[in-house]
Design a protein around this ligand. Structure first.
Ligand SMILES: Nc1ncnc2c1ncn2[C@@H]1O[C@H](COP(=O)(O)OP(=O)(O)OP(=O)(O)O)[C@@H](O)[C@H]1O
Length: 263
């Protein structure tokens, strides 16, 4: 595996200033790296600043201190090198699947035939072959999220940022989507940073899991996941898998209790 650093987070702090109310320190001195082609997840208690960090990486929020580097170059605004998938799908309801997936390319003035060819490739990768001309309302929640992932990949970003992409799905669909995401990742080998509340999801998908402390979010621990790849859902029944999940659970539980004591 390549060890080139694709994403570097250097000493990121974030304090939200609020009118007539105390400021909120969301993140404190976050340092982390994601290698090219690596799949990394961040887990942590609610309010530990995970989404804030993802938005800083995407360039939607300005940090109070520190910087984000992609391939060694600082970034401070959204750009085509980073694509985000959020919990709620952001598909255009009046456009078909293929036009939704091709949308970013058309905005970048890629000729329609080329845009559709690329879109078709990622529709196939995402297991949506045959649904190209459906509209979002004709699809299930899981399928809509696959369209979102296909759309994010179609613009060929260097980094795919996933913010709780399956949180709105039921438990069974969510498990299937985890396996689908893994096969998409195995095929494309994108650099991925995922935020999730589900510890088992993080362990199943990732090369590394980063556990955040309660607010202000700091890196509490980094856990390498050495489960063999390619993985399928059966790996969740292995003792190694359960051991990792238990360990992360214990860390987060301690943070949640510490957070509750702080109020
Ligand atoms: N725009 C904002 N203005 C003020 N406070 C904010 C703003 N955005 C986030 N916060 C606060 O910053 C802290 C971190 O929020 P964030 O959403 O990043 O946490 P999170 O770890 O993603 O939480 P969750 O897991 O519940 O989604 C929270 O206390 C939140 O209320």
């Amino acid at each position: 595996m390549s060890t080139a650093v694709r994403l570097k987070i250097e000493a990121i702090d974030k304090v939200f200033k609020r009118r007539d109310k105390p400021s909120i320190e969301a993140l404190r001195n976050i340092d982390m790296e994601v290698a090219e082609g690596e799949f990394v997840s961040i887990v942590g208690a609610s309010g530990s600043g995970k989404s804030t960090l993802l938005r800083i990486i995407d360039g939607l929020i300005t940090p109070s201190g520190g910087r984000v580097l992609v391939d060694g170059r600082p970034v401070d605004r959204p750009g085509p090198d980073r694509a985000v998938v959020f919990q709620q799908d952001s598909l255009l309801p009046w456009k078909t699947v293929i036009d939704n997936v091709a949308y970013g390319l058309t905005l970048a003035r890629v000729p329609k035939a080329d845009a559709h060819r690329t879109a078709q490739r990622f529709i196939d990768v995402a297991g949506l072959h045959g649904f190209e001309h459906h509209y979002p309302h004709q699809l299930s929640g899981g399928m809509r999220q696959r369209v979102n992932v296909a759309r994010a990949l179609a613009v060929n970003p260097k980094i795919l940022l996933l913010d709780e992409p399956f949180a709105a799905l039921d438990a069974q669909t969510r498990e299937i989507m985890q396996a689908e995401l893994l096969s998409i990742w195995q095929e494309t080998r994108k650099t991925v940073l995922l935020i999730t509340h589900q510890i088992d999801e993080a362990v199943f998908l990732s090369d590394r899991v980063i556990v955040f402390s309660a607010r202000p979010g700091t890196v509490r621990e980094e856990i390498r996941v050495d489960l063999p790849r390619p993985r399928d859902l059966h790996v969740k029944r292995s003792p190694e898998f359960s051991g990792l999940v238990d360990h992360i659970w214990t860390l987060i539980e301690a943070e949640v209790r510490a957070g509750l004591r702080q109020g």
